[in-house]
Design a protein around this ligand. Structure first.
Ligand code: GDP
Length: 441
């Protein structure tokens, strides 16, 4: 829901800071910082965040808090408006004024170009009563044309293809075919490469000259995050795009990078892909995206869980020891106990923003959590406090047989611990040099 996460963050800092009836430079400062962090966590581009914050500030300072609303509600409304503003306010419809109109789809391999081409054809047929023709021009990726034909057949959209014949020739024939058979929209599924290369751009430019498309749409994978901006700019420099389709927004992608496209490239997002199925393509609505970005997934639930379950004193003790550069297996064991108190580790890992964690990684982490705990239970406190004692073979063998685990697992634990300890020492150094705020000093 809109603003779930941000709302709570804002509410708290505003209740603390705003006691007067006017929003001022000072009393909104902390709230602005919260908003800034939340946006960065959502993968919004730094420049866009700066712009947003300065606009929000401009609109907020000096405002009287209106009757019947709380200060944070009023501010949230402004944030929402500014997000929508930066996303482009209006829905950007396709220009399909020619007969037949040509929509050229371009993008990197794997971005979802072929899938989006058939989704778009389906959308235009169903929602706009068009008679689209799909054209298979990707003669390089093996199976690309077959894939298009299959998708077309499945959804009753005719597909024009000439196998491996030159894409330029095929495109020309496709336009003739479309005119003769009364197709009003021709969708060109062009070739993609793994990277932007000159040959590809030359071919696409030639295609553009021959077919003069009404729309040249870049298909980008929403999962690539900030990289979207570079890819879009490069394609746009070469091909003069008219818009962007962002795919795979059904996955973990939070949409923050999507938010940045309009501001950073000046191109409208025309559609978004939200699944593999043929109907999983929707026109882009800035308001919906703003809601989604402010929603911030389940991070708030995560915070609640952490606060509920972590034994603060034991945490503080561990933190203090870490700060002193001390970290042993006993500390690790205490941490693992805290983590398992929080319940299912997979659920916790999945709630992290921006985390792309596979089920394999989760079950691996879950397994390690259990195995490591068992192994450490079989150690004496002295061994946990002085892990170097574990170099002794007799001790090792005793722990292995006592725990019923393997030598490999014990070594895995020791290695993970050594690695973790190094990181802790790094952190301790950073804390001491004052580069990490808010730590005990
Ligand atoms: P192309 O090389 O650009 O033509 O890429 P494809 O159209 O073959 O898509 C690559 C993969 O991404 C396929 O497995 C698609 O099913 C998948 N895909 C495309 N769009 C979406 C989307 O919006 N959501 C999800 N989850 N998968 C998608």
């Amino acid at each position: 829901a809109f603003g779930d996460f941000l709302t709570k963050r804002m509410k708290k800092s505003m209740e603390k800071n705003i006691k007067k009836s006017t929003l001022t430079d000072e009393n909104i400062q902390e709230t602005l910082r919260e908003i800034r962090l939340a946006l960065l966590e959502a993968d919004v581009n730094v420049e866009v965040v700066k712009e947003l914050i300065s606009k929000i500030k401009e609109k907020t300072v000096g405002e009287y808090i209106q009757e019947g609303v709380t200060s944070h509600q009023q501010m949230l409304k402004i944030v929402h408006e500014e997000l929508i503003d930066i996303l482009g306010t209006e829905k950007a419809p396709l220009n399909l004024s020619k007969k037949p109109s040509v929509v050229m789809m371009v993008g990197l391999q794997g971005s979802g170009k072929t899938t989006s081409s058939s989704k778009l054809a389906h959308y235009l047929a169903k929602k706009e009563a068009k008679k689209p023709l799909l054209v298979g021009l990707d003669i390089y990726r093996p199976g690309a044309i077959d894939q298009l034909v299959e998708l077309g057949n499945k959804n009753n959209i005719p597909v024009f293809e000439q196998g491996k014949q030159s894409p330029l020739k095929t495109a020309k024939q496709a336009l003739e075919f479309a005119e003769k058979n009364g197709h009003d929209v021709v969708i060109l599924d062009t070739a993609g490469r793994l990277q932007i290369d000159k040959d590809l751009m030359n071919e696409l430019n030639d295609l553009r000259k021959i077919t003069s498309p009404n729309e040249t749409l870049l298909v980008v994978d929403g999962m690539i995050g900030q990289e979207i901006i570079n890819v879009t700019n490069e394609f746009n420099n070469q091909l003069k795009l008219t818009g962007v389709i962002v795919t795979k927004l059904d996955g973990d992608a939070r949409g923050g990078a999507t938010l940045s496209i309009r501001y950073m490239t000046k191109l409208p997002i025309k559609f978004i892909g939200e699944g593999e199925g043929v109907s999983a393509l929707a026109p882009f609505y800035p308001k919906r995206m703003a809601d989604r970005i402010l929603g911030m997934g389940d991070i708030e639930t995560l915070f609640e869980k952490v606060v509920d379950n972590i034994d603060e004193r034991s945490m503080q003790k561990t933190m203090k020891r870490m700060f002193m550069g001390q970290f042993d297996l006993e500390d690790l064991r205490n941490q693992l106990v805290q983590v398992s108190k929080m319940g299912n580790i997979g659920g916790i890992m999945k709630m992290m923003p921006n985390a792309k964690i596979s089920d394999n990684q989760i079950s691996d982490a879950q397994r390690k959590l259990v195995v490591f705990s068992i192994l450490m239970d079989s150690m004496t406190l002295k061994e946990r406090r002085e892990p170097k004692l574990l170099k002794s073979l007799t001790r090792k063998n005793r722990i292995i047989s006592g725990s019923g685990r393997t030598e490999k697992e014990l070594n895995e634990l020791i290695n993970s611990f050594e690695k973790g300890k190094k990181q802790v020492l790094e952190m301790a150094k950073m804390m001491k040099s004052g580069r990490m705020p808010g730590m005990p000093g």
